[in-house]
Structures are given as structure tokens and as C-alpha cells.
Design a protein around this ligand. Structure first.
Ligand SMILES: [Zn+2]
Length: 188
């Protein structure tokens, strides 16, 4: 190999090396551009996302939230007032019914006593104490000025009679009662 050929060979190698280096640099630049483009795309997407978030935040602004909470409080206060009014009405109605029930209980008690009293009176009067024959006549008579009183005469269906409660004539059923049941049947 002549020195000239050697120089050519070296030059060729150098050119090849430079070409390779250029290719590598191109590749690197191309990669870098691609990466940059990808980064720009990503940033664009991020920007869109941030804008959406901002819109969302603005649509749910504290003012609006406050407004919603205020309305809810007003609603709750209204409900509480209504419930309190209802409770007052219920309490009043309960008290009225209790008073009415108490009055009715008193009336019932008074009526019971009245009925018991009437039963006692009915059992004591208006029937013969021997056979339960009914009273047929009752009259007051004045026995005369010297007695200074009015006598009540009571006569019963069985013949029993009284003057001011004292027996005057006997009960006719009284004698027959022990003999047969007929007199009792007749009396009833
Ligand atoms: Zn009698």
C-alpha cells in the first residue's frame, strides 16, 4: 500500500464514520422531536383536563353550595315549626279529651249512684215485702184534726196494706206459699 492509498483509506473510513455519526445525530434529533411532540400532546390533554376541572369547580362554587345549604336549613326550620305546631295541637287535643274523659267518669259515677239509689228505693217500696206483689194504690189521708198528721196508705195486689209503713192487712199469698207453688205462680 502506497502512502496515497493509505490516506484514501483513512479518508474513506473517516467519511464513513462521519456519515454514521450524522445518521446517529439525525436519529437522535428525530427521536427528540417525536418525544417533544408527544410531550406537547400530553400537555394539551392536561390543559383540557384542567379546564374541565375549572368549569366543574366554578359550577359548584361555594356561593352555590351555600345557597343549597341555606335552602336546606330553611326547609328543616319549616319542618320543625310545622312539627312543633302539630305537637301543640296534639297536646291540646289530648288535654281536651282527658278533661272530657274525666267529666264522663264523674257522670258515670254519679249515674251509678243514682241507679243504685233507685234500685234500693224500688226494692224497698212498691212491692209487698212478703210476695213481691205490686203496689196498686197509694193515698194520703187526714185522720182528723186531733192527730195533727197526714197518713200515707199503701195497698198491694195481694191484699197487704200499710199505713205510714205499719202493716194493716196481711199478705194473702203469705199463708198459701208454704202449701203449694200455685199461689206463687198466681202472684207472679
Ligand atoms: Zn203479699
Amino acid at each position: 500500500m502506497t502512502p496515497f492509498t493509505q490516506v484514501l483509506t483513512i479518508a474513506g473510513i473517516a467519511i464513513a464514520c462521519i456519515g454514521g455519526a450524522v445518521a446517529i445525530v439525525r436519529h437522535l434529533i428525530s427521536n427528540a422531536v417525536e418525544k417533544k411532540n408527544a410531550t406537547i400532546e400530553l400537555l394539551k390533554e392536561k390543559n383540557i383536563w384542567f379546564e374541565k376541572q375549572l368549569d366543574l369547580a366554578l359550577s359548584k362554587s361555594p356561593d352555590k353550595l351555600l345557597d343549597i345549604k341555606h335552602k336546606r336549613i330553611e326547609m328543616l326550620e319549616g319542618e320543625i315549626t310545622r312539627l312543633a305546631e302539630q305537637d301543640t295541637k296534639n297536646q291540646t287535643a289530648i288535654h281536651m279529651r282527658q278533661s272530657e274523659a274525666n267529666l264522663l267518669s264523674e257522670d258515670i259515677e254519679a249515674l251509678k249512684q243514682l241507679i243504685e239509689g233507685l234500685k234500693d228505693k224500688a226494692s224497698q217500696a212498691n212491692v209487698c215485702p212478703e210476695c213481691n206483689a205490686p203496689l196498686v194504690s197509694m193515698a194520703d189521708y187526714d185522720p182528723g184534726e186531733e192527730y195533727h198528721c197526714i197518713i200515707t196508705h199503701e195497698a198491694y195486689a195481694c191484699g197487704y196494706s200499710t199505713s205510714d209503713g205499719s202493716p194493716q192487712t196481711p199478705c194473702t199469698n203469705k199463708k198459701q206459699k208454704p202449701k203449694t207453688g200455685l199461689a206463687e205462680n198466681r202472684a207472679q
